[in-house]
Design a protein around this ligand. Sequence first.
Ligand SMILES: NC(=O)c1ccc[n+]([C@@H]2O[C@H](COP(=O)([O-])OP(=O)(O)OC[C@H]3O[C@@H](n4cnc5c(N)ncnc54)[C@H](OP(=O)(O)O)[C@@H]3O)[C@@H](O)[C@H]2O)c1
Length: 271
Amino acid sequence: MSTAKTNPVVLVTGGSAGLGRVIATTFASAGYRVAIVGRNQERLESARSAIGTTEQTLCCAADLTIEADAVRTIRQVGDHFGRLDVLVNCVGTSDRGAIENLTSERMIDLVEQNVCTTLHCSKAALPLLEESSGVIINIGSLAAKVGTRYLGGYCIAKHALAGMTQQMRLEWLSRGVHVGLINPGPIRRDDEGSRYQSKLDGNIPVEASRPGGGTKVKGLAADEVAAIVLDCVRRRRPDVILPRYLRLLITLGNLSPRLGDWLLLKFSSSK
Ligand SMILES: NC(=O)c1ccc[n+]([C@@H]2O[C@H](COP(=O)([O-])OP(=O)(O)OC[C@H]3O[C@@H](n4cnc5c(N)ncnc54)[C@H](OP(=O)(O)O)[C@@H]3O)[C@@H](O)[C@H]2O)c1
């Protein structure tokens, strides 16, 4: 599909694989000009072909845990397209393990991947997004809303991301920039099950290697999540939980922590 020079521009971090790649493809199909970021150039090139707008997609190789890389990436997007309308912060890494085995080094690594990458890109993109009255969407997780068992340091990192997203939304509202958080449950993927096998230790059940740490919540399709990201940009929605019925259960759990714990024990892996 060919996109005109006046069409809006989206930057998807982590757009070279997984959910980010599907989000980039969805925005390209909706007429956006697309930029993607990842560390590995080969993966970026293969994503560029998959996205389907080969000549127009800008690939930026960068490690976004490094602030200077994020600044350089945003400058590259500004120079190339002359504008930025949407930033989707999708870089993030999950984890597995019992909390008693979580080291502060691992926790810091997860915060760098899930929080600092988003902070770096959002700060750097703010001037361009102010010009376009644009939107930032941060990709959270159910782990941003509840403290599920056996997810190592993932819940810590995603809860921090959720707090940071709300603070950004409130502080940047008067500057015309909307900041939203999408919290998907487990997403179906080809390598599910094997992805976290090496992280399992004797303290956690084998099913914790499955998406969502073995939760009984049914896996989402990545293109379904991507369509909701696009809808959230259009409607400037603040906070979405997927599947949607879980918002009610999470709200009930916040009202009654005892019930919240009971629901989590019932819906997550057993030991
Ligand atoms: N998968 C799920 O079931 C699920 C569920 C809920 C929420 N989420 C969230 O959705 C997001 C995407 O997850 P995913 O499983 O689809 O991810 P993924 O398949 O592991 O892909 C991660 C992407 O981020 C890039 N990346 C990683 N670290 C980077 C860094 N430091 N700088 C720049 N790029 C980096 C990777 O490319 P390189 O490796 O080449 O850098 C890749 O393009 C994450 O935030 C995750 O927490 C996922």
